[in-house]
Each structure stands twice: as C-alpha cells, then as structure tokens.
Design a protein around this ligand. Sequence first.
Ligand SMILES: Cc1cc2nc3c(=O)[nH]c(=O)nc-3n(C[C@H](O)[C@H](O)[C@H](O)COP(=O)(O)OP(=O)(O)OC[C@H]3O[C@@H](n4cnc5c(N)ncnc54)[C@H](O)[C@@H]3O)c2cc1C
Length: 494
Amino acid sequence: MCAILDWFVPDQTNEINGENLYNVKTIHEDKQSFTHTVHPYDIAIVGGGMVGMALACSLATTPLTKHLNVAIIDSNPLGSKVSIKKEDPPDPRVSTVTPATISLFKDVGAWQYVQQHRHAYFDKLQVWDYTGLGYTKYNAKDVNKDVLGCVVENKVLHSSLFSRVEDTDFQKTIHPSRLTLMSLHPSSSSTVESSLSTEASYVNGCLAKLELSDGSSLYAKLVVGADGAKSQVRQLAGFKTTGWNYSQNAVICTVEHSVENQCAWQRFLPGGPIALLPMGDKFSNIVWTMNPKEAADCKSMNEDDFVKAVNHALDYGYGPHPKSSLLASADMFSWLGGNLVISANDSFEVPPKVVKLASARMAFPLSLMHAKDYASRRVVLIGDAAHAVHPLAGQGVNLGFGDAFALSRIIAEGIAVGMDIGEVSLLKKYEAERKPANVTMMAILDGFQKAYSVDFGPLNILRAAAFHGAHHISPLKRSIISYASGEQRLPLFS
Ligand SMILES: Cc1cc2nc3c(=O)[nH]c(=O)nc-3n(C[C@H](O)[C@H](O)[C@H](O)COP(=O)(O)OP(=O)(O)OC[C@H]3O[C@@H](n4cnc5c(N)ncnc54)[C@H](O)[C@@H]3O)c2cc1C
C-alpha cells in the first residue's frame, strides 16, 4: 500500500511549524475521487486577484507559455462582472503603480485598457514631518522620467489584465470556488510522462491534486498560490512565515477638492503617515495609518468632522509647516553637506484642501509577513501570499506584479529547455530572483514604520536630517526615486 502526503490546513498557532505536519491517506481512499478526474492542468492559479491575473496575462501573451492549459480558482467574481463607470467617484481601493509596473503592463498589452479608465499620473511627491523639521520633494525630472507613478483603482488594474487575457486564445478555465485541500505524492519519477493517465501521473508525484469548496477536484503540474496574505496554498504546503502585526489600521477613502490635485503627498504624523494621492477629476485618495481605536473613531465620525480632521492632518495639525525659509533649514543641517541650491519648485507646499468625502471609509489592519520559502516541488507563491508589507510607500502590489512577471518568464525558460514546470530546481530560480528584492523593500518599509512610531526629540532631529539629506543630496535623491520607481537598485549613493 502506498501512502501519500496530504498537505492540510494547520491552525493559526502551528502555522509557523506547519512544515512537518501532514495527513496520511491511503491510495484506496484516494482512488474513489478518480471517478471524476478530468484532464490535468499545466498550472492552477489559486487566487485570481490582481497578482494572479497578472500571471495569467503574462502567460497568455508569452509565445512559449500561451499554449498552456491554466485553471484560475477564485470565488470572487473575476473580470467583466465588475462594473466600472467613469462617472462614479473612484473606488477607495487604489494602488500607486510604479514606472516599472507600467512598463510590465505595456509589455503584455494591458496598459492600453488601464488608459481607457480613470487613472492619474503624478510627477511630484512631497513627503514631510509633523515636527516641522524636515521635508523632501521628489520630481520625476530629477531622474529624467516623465512620471513618478500612476494611481489606479484596483478594479481597473484587475479588469485590464482580465480583458487582455480575454483578448487572446489562452486556454483558461475559471473555477468560481475556493481551494480547501491540496495533496501531492512523493515523487517516484523525475519526468512528466505524457503517456500516463492523470491518475498514474498523480500517483507518480507528477501532479498535485486540488480539492475545491464546491466539491470538485482538479490536478495540475504546478500550483501557484496567489491567494493573498492569508494564503491557503501557503498553509497547506506548510511554508513557514515570519512577521508581526503593526497594531495599526489604514483608513482609506476617496475625497474631493475644489481644484485638481496633481501631486502625491505624504505627511508623517505621530500615529502614522497620511497620504493624499491624486485620482484625477478633482478626486484624491486618502490612506491614513493610525491605531485601531482612532481608526474606528475616524470611520464613525460625521462627514464634516472627518473632512476637518483630514485637513488638520495635512496642514498645521500636530505641528508647524517645515521652514519655508530654506536658508534656516540649510543652516541647521549644514553638517550633512550636499548641494544646497534649491529652486522655487522645491519649496514646501500645503496640499489642496479637501472639501468633501466622496466614498465610504474602510479600515484595514496592517501587518508584515514574509514566507521563508516561496517554492517547493509543484508549489510556488506570488504576491501577498509570499509577502505582505506596510502600505506607506505603496509598494505591495508592485512587488507582487514583479513576482508574477518573473515567474512567467522562468516558466517560459523551463519550457524552452524541456523541463517539468513543477520541478523544484526551476521554481527555486524564481525564488532566488524575487526574494532579495522583496526582502530589501520590506526592510526599508519596516524601518520607516519603526522610525515614525516614536516621538522623541533626538530621533525627530535624526529623521529630519534624513529628510534633509534626501532633499538636498542629489545622488541620494536620485537613488531613492529610482528605487521607489521599481528599479532594483539600492537607495545608496550612485
Ligand atoms: C490600505 C492599503 C493600501 C495599499 N496601497 C497600495 C499601493 O498604493 N500600491 C501597492 O503596490 N500596493 C498597495 N497595497 C497592497 C496591495 O493592495 C496588495 O499587495 C495586493 O492587493 C495583493 O494582491 P494579491 O493578488 O497578491 O492578493 P489579494 O488582493 O489578497 O488577492 C487574493 C485573491 O485570492 C482569492 N483567494 C483567497 N483565498 C482563496 C482560496 N482559498 N481559494 C481560492 N481563491 C482564494 C481572493 O478571493 C482574492 O481574489 C495596499 C494595501 C492596503 C491594505
């Protein structure tokens, strides 16, 4: 009798140690489900959110992968069922996408669909500190770029990727269901033999089996966990994680101005940063980080009070404006050196006033999570399933898109040399490429979050010095912008 290793859902407390836990089923029990077996898939993408759909889109438009037979499993409605009307105020769930992401979308032909909907490019970003000691202004022209980024509703990004997939003759099957169980036999064959039946391939360890909440099951050579921060795939496969909760919530909403906002703004307050992101048509998006009690108050206060609180947070509230007299600032930080010639465009500005709340307010708890491994035999993680970061620099889904496009490329490379796409050595190439990029960004964002969770005189001066350096030392400034734009260079002097 041959036993199989069955990944299963560990409870919350043993997730970290989940790697060694498994169920054992007998072949006899398992054979009963073979009666409903269908043709196996090459790839099963579990989670058809923005990142899972980006993978589907990249596979569908790459010559070496467009013939693959792919299942997308998600109980959320995908693609065309989501209504996007230009006359509605923007949905508060938006993402700031970097120039690197924009080029990836252009490469696969999905950006043209984004351009048919509301989106707002910005070429200026002002970041400042509530103590009044420091501010930094970034301009796209500092790095010879046209834009620093673009703010797009998540549903627009998602439906654009979906529309692009629909435009191709990619063989995809959508399963409107949830993954509940996943199993894999130990490998007894090093290659996938096409002459074998699905059942024999599964028994040989050449296919993973997925069981869904609607009672159906399917088989795939490769399972991609794109199922978000609480990834079932990650838990079922026993990937260990590290991370912590920030005890902070992000309150998000759409607001309206009397003039169009064309700049991205972020002010660090004692409780966390508040960001005001342009959305076009006099709308902006607010992402305001605070403790859970304040978030509950912010969500329940009446609209007028909320608008006042937002304007207070983006203007004189909590502390003065940074010194507009740049000479005073230059004196204070003269020990930092750097080029102190500043144009009028670089002087501190107050963001446009918010006049109206234009959407519901939503609150999201924030945490940091990183999977220790992204890949094992026949299983790989992308997007928030592999890493969840603080939204303070708007990098989360950009990292996820980077994962999706890298994985698609590595699958194509494997196909080009005749490899089994579920082979761990191939999937580890993806992990080796993406982990350093993701870990570096996570460390930077976590460092920022920590530096701003303490209100302490000397630390405030140090933070202000960091702003000052970032503002006045041109090479550092260029490096920071390049890094935040999605170019994989560390923010060091270049
Ligand atoms: C307040 C806030 C602001 C943010 N702003 C930005 C920003 O400006 N820029 C940026 O880059 N990032 C931002 N992020 C991060 C970004 O939203 C996430 O990184 C992104 O949504 C992750 O996408 P994903 O597809 O990996 O996961 P998700 O969006 O979580 O999608 C996972 C999908 O998997 C499905 N699923 C889950 N479990 C199962 C299952 N068992 N079976 C089948 N399907 C399943 C779900 O239905 C869902 O559709 C922000 C996050 C927050 C909280």
